[in-house]
Design a protein around this ligand. Structure first.
Ligand code: AGP
Length: 608
């Protein structure tokens, strides 16, 4: 799910498609390709690797001369990075080419049906299914064939489609994955993101879910899901190219914070069916799950903080003892790991050297490995036994936000899956948890709606040199993530402490006016938490409490309160961390820091 471009007009398409894809490169990808109609054939050139690899191929072969084409940069979801899995994908006849962003959840059953119907597949992707479906429905009208196809699709898609039989037509369709049409003079453009068309036009149609567009050089027609014509407003893009790369946001970090509801929704997609957890890429059957004697979780940084939440949740739901360890420490212990253990490695990039080394050490000692990662085809994903992919999409900002939330959701799914397979919770409990999980995107959005209040808090505390985060149980794990977010992008010294530990030393640092974030969302620990807050208040600190909506009395022990919507107690970390992400972002902004690229840090630490 990454970059889509399309062109129909008088100019050679290939150079325009390449330029458009270059404008989308910032989003991260693992392969690239294009398809251009040249006389009566489709020239499809695609390769794993970078756009430069595609450019090299085009330079060494006769570049396609046609003026109708589509292009794509792929962020692998189904099917690891390879030439065959790169887009565009074609049908059996090679007369139809498709590019796609999104996830087709029911692609396996569609593929089975198409294979039975005589279609032959060349890739492992969900996207290729779309090309063959269009082929099976095509009767001389590409729009009609695409409309019939999308009625069979479950999941998210932004599609660009061309057919040799209709050399003047480019068709697009959108559901839950962004797609825009760039309006030119005697030419028209298609793209998954505005930066790809900005050098040609600032007039765009932003397609809505269910809409299908038919582009020719001189006309763009849009119809809605019922087939009725849509009279779209033209959106005049005022952004400069740099702003456009961030979708209109000032920074990638805030863009990614706001992508969290969708990232969580995408990560849950296809993994809850008929009241049960379904983990496609995990072969842990009931027998295997029942034999697990202990679980080790190992990760670095934010991923480690997600692991701490995972510990609480897996122990509570699946009743398996869990140890969590920093990956830079894990392998230097004399580990008591064997084949009765499951080792969970968590890594957004899938390339963190310490985490990869920990995976190898646990594997060497006989442990089964399960990876939670955001990058298909990453080193971790290639070396693990089982994998749960987070569908957060490319995370560009160094400070991890949406990847962290989808790691939490993946750990919840794992805990519930193990509990389901081991029978440690009943069907009613399982359904209640799964229902709560699926309401999280709305809860995240509700917290995002309070951004302004949090921005004002950040303005108030931006000059502080020390800020503390305290909590108990799951709130302690969230406090650690909030502390990391703040220090890594605002450079304010921040520390997280188990609230019960304050009196063993840290209280000496709590003096008048020191801001202390108190995470108080865990109901059964609330009263003890209030006692700790009073300890801190007695030293004249300023307490900012994150509490559950409706908990009015918490105000008595707080200077400020940020409320999160009601949700299942185990899932409150997903909501409680969002105000802390926003606070860190605005504090960094207020201090003039480079929010997306903080000093001394890299997005992926591939050295030990
Ligand atoms: C997160 O905000 C940090 N940038 C960093 O701690 C990161 O979580 C850590 O380096 C682990 O990266 P990974 O998830 O790609 O393995």
């Amino acid at each position: 799910m990454c970059g889509i471009v399309g062109y129909i007009g008088p100019q050679p398409a290939a150079p325009l498609l390449l330029r458009g894809l270059e404008k989308l490169e910032y989003r991260g990808y693992d392969s690239a390709g294009l398809a251009v109609r040249e006389d009566d054939k489709l020239r499809v050139i695609k390769t794993v690797g970078r756009l430069q690899d595609l450019r090299d191929i085009l330079e060494h072969t006769a570049a396609p001369r046609g003026t109708l084409g589509i292009g794509h940069t792929r962020w692998a979801t189904h099917g690891r990075p390879s030439d065959e899995n790169a887009h565009p994908h074609t049908d059996c006849s090679g007369r139809i080419a498709v590019v796609h962003n999104g996830i087709i959840e029911n692609y396996k059953e569609l593929r089975e049906w198409l294979v039975e119907d005589g279609h032959t597949f060349k890739s492992e992707t969900d996207t290729e299914t779309v090309a063959h479906l269009i082929e099976s429905f095509y009767e001389g009208d590409l729009v009609a064939a695409v409309r019939k196809t999308i009625k069979r699709l479950e999941g998210s898609y932004a599609l660009g489609v061309i057919h040799l039989d209709e050399p003047e037509v480019l068709v697009a369709a959108r559901q839950d994955s962004p797609l825009i049409v760039g309006l030119g003079e005697g030419e028209n453009f298609l793209a998954s993101d505005i930066p790809a068309v900005l050098e040609h036009t600032r007039k765009v149609y932003i397609l809505d879910d269910g809409e299908v567009a038919r582009l020719t050089a001189d006309k763009v027609e849009i119809i809605d899901a019922t087939g009725s014509p849509v009279d779209k407003d033209v959106f005049e893009v005022a952004w400069d190219p740099v702003m456009a790369e961030k979708g209109g946001y000032d920074h990638f970090m805030i863009k990614e914070i706001y992508e969290q509801p969708k990232a969580v929704r995408d990560t849950l997609k296809g993994r809850v069916a008929e009241g049960r957890v379904v983990l496609d890429d995990v072969d842990l059957d009931s027998e295997t799950a029942k034999k697990i004697k202990k679980i080790y979780i190992t990760a670095a940084g934010t991923a480690y903080h997600a692991g701490l939440v995972g510990k609480y949740v897996i122990e509570k739901l699946a009743r398996i003892p869990v140890e969590v360890d920093l990956s830079s420490e894990f392998r230097y212990r004399d580990l008591m790991i064997d084949e009765d253990c499951l080792t969970v490695v968590i890594s957004q990039s899938g390339e963190t050297a310490d985490t990869l080394a920990s995976l190898r050490e646990a594997k060497r000692r006989g442990s089964r490995i399960l990876a939670i990662t955001n990058v298909v085809g990453s080193s971790v994903s290639r070396e693990t036994h089982d994998v749960i992919y987070t569908w957060a999409g490319p995370e560009i900002a160094v400070a991890s936000t949406k990847a962290y939330l989808t790691q939490l959701v993946s750990l919840y799914l794992l805990a519930l899956y193990l509990a389901q397979e081991r029978g440690t919770i009943d069907q009613g409990q399982l359904k209640a948890y799964l229902d709560s999980l699926q309401e999280l995107p709305q809860g995240i959005q509700a917290v995002l709606d309070s951004e302004q209040t949090i921005a004002e808090l950040a303005q108030e505390f931006k000059e502080k040199e020390d800020i503390f985060f305290i909590g108990r149980g799951l709130d302690y794990a969230v406090a650690m993530e909030g502390s990391l977010k703040l220090k890594e992008i605002s450079y304010i010294h921040a520390e997280a402490y188990a609230a019960g530990e304050l009196k063993h030393g840290t209280l000496a640092l709590i003096v008048e006016g020191v801001p202390v974030f108190a995470l108080a969302t865990q109901t059964r620990l609330r009263d003890k938490m209030v006692s700790n807050m009073k300890e801190v208040k007695a030293r004249d600190a300023t307490i900012i409490t994150v509490a559950n909506r409706g908990d009015e009395s918490i105000k008595e022990a707080s200077d400020r309160v940020i409320y999160i919507p009601e949700t299942e107690e185990l899932f409150r970390p997903v909501l409680a961390v969002v105000p802390l992400q926003l606070f860190a972002y605005h504090a960094a902004l207020a201090r003039g820091c480079d929010v997306d690229k903080p000093r001394n840090l890299a997005k992926s630490v591939t050295v030990e």
